[in-house]
Design a protein around this ligand. Structure first.
Ligand SMILES: Cc1ncc(COP(=O)(O)O)c(C=O)c1O
Length: 475
């Protein structure tokens, strides 16, 4: 593909864009449990209009675009009020959960550098269920992760957290909820440990923060996770998930400016314009901020309560259906509208492919520690109408794939690779593994089960190497 000599017509471009969509997930069907958060046609349109109105405005310089400053200020104020922020609390608008998390870790690292001179090798205590974005933050920022265990219901072990504290600890993290199992960590106890030891504590409420207060209002048992908990010093809360605003919208919130100050980046050591950034990126479209502002105001508290009510009912039915199925095992009772389930009698990876073939999208997760490989569901507003049909198709699909043995490729690979250093594998060995998983080259595979079984069988470090090599190969 090369830049065309002459520009194409608008019609040809539109046709081509439409054609590109042909193999994408059909999220508008409402049968996709993940990735897309659909608030319904009208709210979607409100978001689109606001996004397009501010598409070109640049948040690089808020003095040139005070409109964007206002959006950010007001959306942050809504977020703080929603999460019981004290009057000193502050925050910023970011492009997503990962950016909010990287910024919170940066602020913690630099807060420690400014206030605890003895810290030379910063460490972050991270339950194994915390989102991968913290691993990315640790890599980018040179922070060492101290992993801690979780109980049989996948909630962080507070004693393990306490025992993991060293003189280098800059931050302790808890999730509300963790993505994989939809359970909320014991935030009050964890933040209490952090406070007793004069350490910052971050609640990752990226996925749950916005909806959980509505769940609580509707009578669900939601443990405290926000600024009402003493010791919680920062929170990440996405808007582009369960607040249903268009993508590129999250908040990173802090108990006070003393901590937040360390998030901000300024640079005068170059020959160009003055750089002052709240976020990681410099040039950024005003679209996501304007759209978030518009959708939050359009749906309002009553609208979100209605969405929450419907999702709670749908989640309950799905959980019951899965708990009652003889082949399926619920991984943990969820605290939120997301959960996972596994099986010891059928291959969940083949079940996913079978469901995919008949129009559903459900997400695979690999084994890690005592979390068995599983199927994850994030329940969305648009999924609500499909609950019965989903359970029926799930049961039928189980019968269709029952004859397929689990792990034929996986077991042999496990033996061969469990003691090998992934970094020592040659390019030829890597190519052979990719071939075995039937992802040797051309196009995307239709069947993901062989890949998932293979990845599930090998150690996490080798999975990571394979994923990097594969991505490096296809782009
Ligand atoms: C708990 C949690 N934290 C962080 C993230 C990362 O968010 P993003 O994909 O917006 O970067 C996610 C994404 O699902 C999440 O569930």
């Amino acid at each position: 593909m090369k830049l065309p000599e002459k520009g194409m017509s608008r019609k040809d471009i539109t046709d081509r864009l439409e054609a590109f969509k042909a193999d994408d997930l059909d999220w508008q069907s409402g049968k996709v449990f993940g990735y897309v958060f659909d608030p319904g046609a009208e709210a979607m349109e409100v978001g689109k209009q606001a996004y397009m109105k501010f598409l070109t405005e640049n948040a690089l310089d808020f003095t040139s675009f005070p409109s964007l400053y206002k959006f950010e200020k007001e959306v942050v104020e809504m977020g703080l009020a929603h999460l019981n922020g004290p009057k000193e609390a502050v925050g910023n608008f970011t492009s997503g959960g990962t950016e909010s998390i990287i910024l919170a870790v940066k602020a913690a690292r630099e807060f420690a550098a400014a206030n605890k001179a003895a810290i030379k090798k910063p460490e972050m205590i991270l339950p194994i269920t915390a989102h991968a974005a913290f691993h990315k933050a640790a890599k980018y920022l040179g922070v060492t992760i101290v992993p801690t265990g979780v109980d049989e219901n996948f909630r962080a072990d507070v004693t393990a957290v306490k025992n993991a504290i060293t003189e280098n600890t800059i931050l302790i993290v808890g999730s509300a909820p963790s993505y994989a199992h939809g359970v909320i960590d014991p935030i009050a106890a964890m933040a209490g440990v952090a406070q007793d030891n004069n350490i910052l504590f971050h609640t990752d409420a990226c996925v749950g923060g916005f909806m959980l207060p509505f769940f609580k209002k509707l009578g669900e048992a939601v443990p405290d996770f926000d600024f009402s908990v003493p010791g919680v010093t920062s929170i990440s809360m996405d808007l582009h998930k369960y607040a249903y605003t268009p993508k590129g919208a999250s908040l990173v919130l802090y108990r006070n400016k003393e901590i937040r100050k360390h998030q901000i980046f300024a640079c005068s050591h170059w020959t160009g314009y003055t750089i002052i950034n709240n976020a990681i990126m410099s040039s950024r479209s005003g679209g996501p901020m304007a759209a978030a502002y518009a959708v939050l105001n359009f749906i309002g508290k009553e609208g979100y309560l209605d969405i929450a009510r419907k999702k709670i009912a749908a989640t309950r039915k799905l959980v019951e259906g899965i708990r009652d199925h003889k082949d399926l095992i619920l991984m943990a009772e969820p605290d939120f509208c997301m959960f996972s389930f596994t099986s010891k009698t059928i291959s969940v990876f083949h079940l996913i492919d079978e469901m995919n073939a008949i129009g559903w999208y459900i997400q695979p997760a690999l084994s890690y520690a005592h979390s068995r490989h599983n199927i994850h569901l994030s329940i969305n507003f648009s999924n609500v109408k499909w609950v019965e049909a989903f359970l029926k198709d799930l049961t039928q699909s189980i019968e269709k794939i029952r004859h397929i043995p689990y792990g034929a490729t996986g077991d042999a690979l496990k033996k061969e690779f469990e003691n090998k250093d992934p970094n020592a594998l040659s390019d030829a060995e890597i190519a052979q593994l990719l071939e075995l998983a039937e992802i040797g080259g051309k196009g995307f595979p239709k069947q993901m089960a062989p890949i998932n079984e293979m990845l599930d069988a090998v150690p996490a470090k080798l999975r990571e190497r394979l994923l990097v090599e594969y991505t490096n190969m296809i782009f």
